[in-house]
Structures are given as C-alpha cells and as structure tokens.
Design a protein around this ligand. Structure first.
Ligand SMILES: [Zn+2]
Ligand SMILES: [Zn+2]
Length: 109
C-alpha cells in the first residue's frame, strides 16, 4: 500500500455502489454492523465503509459491506456503468469508471 492509497469511501468509489432498498434493511444493516447485501456481521475492521447515505426518512445511514459483496457489487457496477455514461460510450473511461475498476481489483479478501 502506498501512502497515496485512496482512503475515503468517496475516493475508493464505494459510495457509487447501489444499496438494496433501504426499507428492506435492518437497523444493523443501516448502522454498519451488518452487510446490507447478505446480512453478515461486519465491524469497522472487517467491513468496507460505504459512506454516509441519505435515506428517505431524512436520517442519513452509514452502512458497511462485507468484502465479497463489495467486490461483487463493484464488478457489476463497473460492467453496467458505461450504459448511459456519455464519456464511456465514446470509449474514454471516465474517472468514475476508473475508480470502480480499482475497487474491483481490490479483490474479495
Ligand atoms: Zn455481504
Ligand atoms: Zn463513465
């Protein structure tokens, strides 16, 4: 890891990963104690910070995902991203896509 490794959820791109419908999530999943996709328990150390997200109730939530799910969702998001992205459709990967690629390459450890 270099000193310049991206550290915030925004820099790592995890804030771009779409969550399941918020009303289907448990309190633990909204609070970052369980993965929002598979409900596995996660901690600050084992989970991946998905950033603070707005919620319809007006109270922002702060979920954390398990690594295998983050890896899987990042790969799906990366694959689907160019549909509807002007820059990527012209075969010039935008910054968002490059960030997603790096996140995908982090692997599911
Ligand atoms: Zn998971
Ligand atoms: Zn793009």
């Amino acid at each position: 890891m270099s000193a310049q490794a991206a550290s915030t959820p925004e820099q790592r791109g995890t804030t771009m990963l779409a969550l399941p419908q918020l009303r289907l999530l448990s309190d633990a999943q909204r609070d970052g104690r369980a993965c929002p996709w598979c409900a596995t328990s996660v901690t600050e150390d084992t989970g991946v910070d998905l950033g603070i997200r707005p919620s319809p109730a007006g109270v922002p939530i702060h979920p954390r995902g398990c690594r295998p799910c983050v890896h899987r969702v990042a790969a799906t998001t990366y694959t689907k991203h160019p549909n509807g992205c002007d820059q990527c459709e012209r075969r010039r990967p935008c910054e968002a896509r490059r960030t997603l690629q790096l996140l995908t390459e982090e692997g599911p450890q």
